[in-house]
Write a protein that binds this ligand. Sequence first.
Ligand SMILES: CSC[C@@H](O)[C@@H](O)C(=O)COP(=O)(O)O
Length: 353
Amino acid sequence: MIDAISFKNGTFRYLDQRYLPLQELHVETRDHREAIEAIKTLAVRGAPLIGASAGYTVVLGVNSFKGSKEEFPAYFGQLIKDVEASRPTAVNLFFATKKMKAVYDANFEGDSLETLKTKMTDEAHKIYNDEVDNCDRIARHGVEQIKRDCADILKTRKLNVLTHCNTGTLACCGIGTALGVIRLAWQEGLIERVITAESRPLLQGLRLTAWELEHDGIPFISISDSSSAFLMQRGMIDFGVVGADRITANGDTANKIGTYAHAVSANHHGIPFYIAAPVSTIDITLKEGAQIPIEERNADELRTIFGTQVATPTTPVLNYAFDVTPGTLLRGIITEKKAVVGNYETGLREICS
Ligand SMILES: CSC[C@@H](O)[C@@H](O)C(=O)COP(=O)(O)O
């Protein structure tokens, strides 16, 4: 399996996803400011991977602290703020900083800074390893749900599945969330072909998901984002499964821009559309999707295509990185604890308690 990130001997190593699939560039750093920049620029990306990277970034920051114990609280507070300012939507980032803060709160008084550093490193590894395990469990629950929902089709043929953005190893540490479900479904002989939507403007579907599927030998075809409704009309998609950056208490889900349009189309055509995500992606403190902070990115991501200018530099651009799909459009939310189907208010609250 690809190592999207790793942390050894105080060094954070990441695969710079901006250059994939044309170049596999691994970068090593001991500087937390460089790690923050990697999150901001999407060199590392995908909600669970952002969370795990945030944990390691805090460790880098703590390791480079040179002051006295009295000076540490102010330094640590600023470090957490800087990490949290890197990307606003994926709640996994805040899940990770909350875990790191909890280690600080519980141990700062009693421990030396050296011991605190070790405990924080252990916590960051735990965040990473938990996400790896979560992916395996999500895949199992997802496959069971799909077998139930698509039982009639499966009597005569295999399934064609739509996915958006990248939710695989590159985004999650383990086998992936939505892509983990697809991987396991493929291994169990349920999948005919994966349809990967390109995911404009940064092309995570076309570049990254395609790269992972090719690597695994899973048949796939890439489409432009706007093609999915037409393929559904033609009977070329049997179900959709995507990841999430933040899920609110009522099941509304922020995910890569374009997801909502796929979900609306799937609903119109009576096609089941699922979210696959770890519990760390659920923000039970928010009632509904309108409360999710949606990242707006640099206009040049749209005006240029990988460095080539395609619109005038003055073209006004609105570049939302995510949209929100209402829970009512979802067939289910598949987590490592279970697949929540039906009443999200009750189901999500139960698995978050
Ligand atoms: C399992 S990753 C789920 C989401 O994080 C993914 O679908 C997505 O939207 C990623 O966005 P990105 O901007 O590439 O970080």
